[in-house]
Write a protein of this length. Structure first.
Length: 550
C-alpha cells in the first residue's frame, strides 16, 4: 500500500488491477445490485468529465444529499477527481440549515439522492445551484440525471493528484446549537487519519461494511467510505430505515459501527423476542450459553463482526456489560471529533476497558488542559472552520492544540474517559456544578428508556427527563414506574447530595430529527430539550412523586 496515494488514486489502482472485484452493493426493492471496482471507476471518471465540462473554477463546492447510496460515494470521488470540494448534506435536515449550508459554502451544484423530505429540501436550494439526480426512486428531479451525464461523457483520463495542503472536503457539524460550522479537511488531513486508523485496526481479511449512518458525517466517511478504497472492502447500503433489522442480518458485516441508540434498539429487539428472565436462565446453563449467543448474533447479523464500535455519544456501561454477558460481544467505545479527522482515541480488540474510549495513540498528541479539557495535536487537525476565522482561532490553544470542548480523565493505566461536554455542565440554584453525562449513562441501565436528559440549571435540584422505548410503552404503567424508581435509587446512592435525581419525568413525545430534538446523527439537542421542557420540569419539581408522567 502506497502511503502517497489518495482515495482517487486508490480507486484507479483497484480498477486497473482487479476491475471485476465487487465493491458497492446497492439494494433496490430488496434486491442487491453489485457495482465492481471497474464499473465504479468508470462511472466516477465519466461523472468527473461531466463536472469538468461545467467549467466551474477548481475548488468549487459541490453538495451531496440523500440517504447513503453507492452513488453518494461515487459522487464524492468524482468531485475529488475533477478538483472540486465535496459538501455532505444530512437527510431530514431542517430546511433553514440546508439553505444556510448552500449559501455559506457558495455551492455550485448538488447531487440529489433518495430522500423522505424532497419538497422541503428542494425548496431550500438556491436558484443558482445546478441539480443532478441519482437514479433512484424517491429522488427529486434535477436539471441533469446521473445516468445521462455518465453516458454522454468519456472517462476523464488526465487526473493529477492535488497537493496535500489542498482542501478536499467541507464537513458541516450536525449542530446541536446554532448554525453548523464547515470543518475544512485537506488531503493531508485525510491521508494522515485514514492511514493511522488502518494501522491501529488493520484488516486481516476482506471487510464487509454496512453503511447506514449518514455519509455526511465524518465518521462514516473515515470508517467505511474511504477505507473501502484502500482495503478492498465491500460496502452494503441500507435501503431504508424500516429494513434495518432485515438487511443488517443479510449483510452480516465484519465491522459494525453505531451510536448508543442503535445498540439500545438492537438490545430491545432481542429482548422483545426473548425476555431477559428467559435469557438469564439459558445463560446459566454452560452447555447452552455459547449456542444461544451464536444464534442471537446470527439472528441480528453480528455473527461475523470482528470490531463493534460505538461513538458520537457516551454509551452506558450497563449496555456494554449486557452485550458482553448475553451475546459474548465486546462493544468498543470510541471518541472521534470531526475537527481531528475522527482520529483521536478508541478501544480496540484486546485493548479495551469498559466505560473508557481507549488509550490515545502516541501520535495523537493527546493531553488534558488544567481544566480537564481534552486536547489533540497531530497532522489530521482541520485547516479551520470555513469563512470563520474567529471560531477557528478559538478552537486552538496558543501552541496549536485542538480544543475539543469535552472534559475527560485518564486512569492509572492510561485509558481516557469522557466526563461530559464543558458547555453541558450546569450550576444549580444552590451554586453547585453538575456534569450530567455520567449520571445519564448510569440511569440508562434501565432498558425501558430510549432517551434521557438531566436538567437542572438554576433549579434547586436536577430532574431527569426521559422517553420510553416502543416496548416499554406497551407495558403496565406501574411496572415501568416501579423499575424506574428502583434504578433511580441505585444511581442516587452513588451521587453527591447536589447531584441526586430529584425526579424522573416520563414524556409521551418521542425525541426525533423531525421534531428538532435530535441531530441527524441521533444526538440529543440538549439546549432544545431544555428549552422545550424547562417550565414543565420546574412544575414537576414541586410535586413530590418520584416519577411524573407527561
Amino acid at each position: 500500500m502506497d502511503v502517497q496515494k489518495n482515495p482517487v488514486q486508490m480507486l484507479l489502482q483497484w480498477a486497473s488491477q482487479k476491475p471485476d472485484m465487487p465493491w458497492l452493493f446497492q439494494p433496490v426493492d430488496g434486491q442487491w445490485r453489485a457495482i465492481t471496482r471497474g464499473q465504479g471507476c468508470d462511472q466516477v471518471s465519466r461523472m468527473a468529465a461531466a463536472l469538468k465540462a461545467m467549467d466551474w473554477e477548481p475548488g468549487s463546492r459541490i453538495c451531496i444529499s440523500g440517504r447513503n447510496t453507492a452513488h453518494w460515494i461515487m459522487a464524492d470521488l468524482a468531485i475529488a477527481m475533477v478538483g472540486h470540494v465535496s459538501v455532505g448534506l444530512y437527510p431530514k435536515q431542517a430546511a433553514a440549515t440546508t439553505r444556510y449550508i448552500f449559501e455559506h459554502s457558495e455551492a455550485k451544484a448538488v447531487f440529489l439522492g433518495p430522500m423522505p423530505d424532497a419538497d422541503d429540501f428542494m425548496g431550500a436550494i438556491p436558484e443558482s445551484v445546478c441539480t443532478i439526480s441519482f437514479p433512484y426512486q424517491e429522488t427529486p428531479a434535477g436539471r441533469f440525471k446521473w445516468d445521462e451525464l455518465v453516458a454522454a461523457n468519456q472517462p476523464m483520463t488526465d487526473y493529477q493528484a492535488p497537493p496535500q495542503e489542498a482542501l478536499m472536503t467541507l464537513i458541516y457539524t450536525s449542530g446541536t446549537t446554532g448554525n453548523p460550522k464547515g470543518v475544512m479537511l485537506s488531503y493531508g488531513n485525510v491521508l494522515f487519519a485514514v492511514y493511522s486508523i488502518m494501522d491501529l485496526a488493520p484488516s486481516p481479511t476482506q471487510e464487509r461494511y454496512f453503511s447506514y449512518m449518514p455519509l455526511a458525517h465524518a465518521f462514516e466517511r473515515f470508517a467505511i467510505a474511504i477505507p473501502s478504497c484502500y482495503n478492498g472492502g465491500e460496502v452494503h447500503f441500507l435501503e431504508n430505515v424500516d429494513k434495518m433489522g432485515e438487511q443488517l442480518a443479510q449483510v452480516a458485516p465484519t465491522r459494525f459501527f453505531g451510536v448508543p441508540l442503535v445498540y439500545s434498539r438492537i438490545q430491545n429487539a432481542i429482548l422483545h423476542k426473548m425476555p431477559q428472565r428467559k435469557l438469564d436462565r439459558l445463560m446459566a446453563i454452560p452447555l447452552l450459553r455459547n449456542i444461544i449467543r451464536r444464534k442471537i448474533r446470527t439472528a441480528v447479523g453480528l455473527q461475523n463482526t470482528r470490531i463493534c464500535l460505538s461513538g458520537a455519544a457516551p454509551i452506558p456501561v450497563a449496555l456494554l456489560d449486557w452485550y458482553r454477558r448475553n451475546l459474548g460481544l465486546e462493544v468498543l467505545q470510541g471518541y472521534a471529533p470531526t475537527e481531528a479527522s475522527v482520529y483521536s482515541s478508541a478501544c480496540l480488540p484486546g485493548n479495551n476497558r469498559s466505560g473508557s474510549v481507549g488509550k490515545p495513540p502516541p501520535n495523537a498528541g493527546f493531553r488534558l488542559s488544567d481544566e480537564g479539557e481534552i486536547l489533540f495535536k497531530h497532522p489530521g487537525l482541520m485547516m479551520g472552520y470555513y469563512k470563520d476565522p474567529e471560531s477557528t482561532s478559538a478552537a486552538f490553544t496558543a501552541d496549536g492544540y485542538l480544543r475539543t470542548g469535552d472534559k475527560g480523565r485518564v486512569d492509572q493505566d492510561g485509558y481516557l474517559y469522557i466526563t461530559g461536554r464543558v458547555k453541558d455542565i450546569f450550576k444549580t440554584a444552590k451554586g453547585k456544578y453538575v456534569a450530567p453525562a455520567p449520571i445519564e449513562c448510569s440511569l440508562a441501565r434501565n432498558t425501558d428508556l430510549e432517551n434521557l436528559l438531566f436538567i437542572g440549571s438554576g433549579m434547586n435540584q436536577p430532574v431527569m427527563a426521559v422517553t420510553l422505548t416502543a416496548a416499554a410503552r406497551s407495558k403496565p404503567r406501574a411496572e415501568v414506574e416501579q423499575q424506574l424508581i428502583a434504578d433511580m435509587a441505585l444511581v442516587n446512592a452513588t451521587l453527591e447530595p447536589h447531584e441526586k435525581i430529584a425526579k424522573c419525568v416520563v414524556l409521551k413525545d418521542a425525541w426525533s430529527i423531525d421534531n428538532g430534538l435530535m441531530t441527524p446523527t441521533m444526538k440529543v439537542k440538549r439546549g432544545e430539550v431544555e428549552k422545550r421542557y424547562a417550565a414543565l420540569m420546574e412544575k414537576e419539581l414541586q410535586i413530590r412523586n418520584a416519577v411524573g408522567w407527561e
